[in-house]
Design a protein around this ligand. Structure first.
Ligand SMILES: Nc1ncnc2c1ncn2[C@@H]1O[C@H](COP(=O)(O)OP(=O)(O)OP(=O)(O)O)[C@@H](O)[C@H]1O
Length: 339
């Protein structure tokens, strides 16, 4: 990996064999994250955002089958590690999880235990990864609670999760994820379940922590507005593939892939023209048992060319800026042409 690179996924594939057939949840996903960068992952429900992220930590469900690809991660000491399925239970993986890669979820109770105090849980993580005394770990827990702007950290440290509001639980989970100064935080829809005001506060908190600590974030969301707030670069996913990547500005102002263009047309804009009608994307996401041949978006695409888009999987089209789109017509299908 280049020196500034922290994480690199190459053609990662994860399938779930079920009684009704094979769910091809992730079908060859490639993306990278540089040190200190925020990568937003967007896409409709079921596009494979979470399964891909979990495969980085090797935390996919027991019925998941690793169907290929590789994940590379740069450790704090500068060395590169190849994360593979065999590493699932390895000592390296255990030291990466929580020690170098932190994770926060939509539902804090998936990360927090209901039967232990917030302090005990943070102290446990700190003591698992560092040689510190109990008193030092407790001091670190209080320091972390203050860092995530938890009110009354000296009091909250001895509370159980059910004593806290939704927003405070989210802060506690972030404190837990930051316990060992991770260089990468994977945030999977961490604000989706919150009201708008709390969501804005948590986003602001994550952004300021990211800048203060210099950590990178993979931020998963289905909300373009949230991406605009927090991300530097964006990867758009559709049916288990990344179909476009670029900077936030490129994706918002010059989307190259018809799916990204359609997604953007379907979100209301503040101050937008009142006469402009919101358009929904034709059809619905096909079920992942039968991913369409060729470009998987072609059955819903207004520009699909028969004999090409329905037959051949598009290669990556690279633009001089670094923007990449997996579309046979990328560069030809401009937003104006698609109106
Ligand atoms: N353990 C599992 N067994 C079978 N199918 C699964 C399993 N976990 C996920 N899937 C399927 O894999 C696909 C991708 O799921 P994933 O959760 O990654 O989507 P997502 O883009 O994160 O969506 P959401 O925003 O709804 O979380 C979905 O079709 C989902 O039903």
């Amino acid at each position: 990996m280049p020196p500034g690179r922290l994480l690199e996924l190459h053609e990662v594939a994860v399938h779930f064999p079920t009684r009704d057939g094979v769910v091809r949840a992730v079908n060859g996903v490639s993306y990278h994250v540089d040190k200190g960068e925020v990568l937003g992952i967007v896409g409709e429900s079921g596009s494979g955002k979470s399964v891909t992220a979990r495969s980085i930590m090797r935390l996919t469900a027991a019925n998941a089958v690793d169907a290929g690809g590789s994940v590379r991660f740069r450790r704090k000491d500068g060395s590169e590690v190849l994360i593979s399925a065999e590493h699932r239970q390895s000592r390296t993986m255990r030291s990466l999880r929580g020690g170098e890669i932190g994770m926060v979820f939509q539902e804090p109770m998936t990360a927090l235990s209901p039967v232990h105090t917030i302090g005990t849980q943070i102290m446990r993580t700190v003591m698992l990864h560092r040689k510190v005394s109990k008193a030092e770990a407790r001091a670190r827990a209080i320091e972390l609670l203050a860092k995530v702007q938890m009110p009354r950290p000296h009091d909250i440290v001895d509370r159980y999760p059910h004593h806290l509001s939704g927003g405070m639980r989210q802060r506690a989970m972030i404190a837990l994820a930051l316990a060992c100064d991770p260089t990468l935080l994977i945030a999977d829809e961490p604000t989706t379940a919150l009201d708008v005001t709390t969501e804005a506060q948590i986003l602001h908190l994550l952004k300021s922590l990211q800048q203060e600590l210099g950590m990178a974030i993979v931020f998963i969301t289905h909300n373009f507005g949230v991406v605009a707030d927090i991300a530097d670069r964006v990867a758009v996913m559709y049916l288990g593939r990344v179909i476009e990547t670029g900077t936030v500005d490129e994706i918002f102002y010059e989307p190259k892939h018809p799916y990204t263009q359609a997604l953007l047309r379907s979100i209301p804009r503040l101050g937008g023209e009142k006469t402009r009608r919101l358009r929904t994307i034709r059809g619905s996401v096909p079920d992942p048992y039968s991913v369409p041949q060729g470009c998987s978006f072609h059955p819903r695409c207004d520009h699909a060319v028969a004999g090409r888009c329905d037959v051949v999987v598009p290669a990556e089209a690279r633009f001089p800026s670094g923007q990449v789109a997996r579309c046979h017509l990328a560069g030809e299908v401009l937003p104006e042409a698609a109106e």
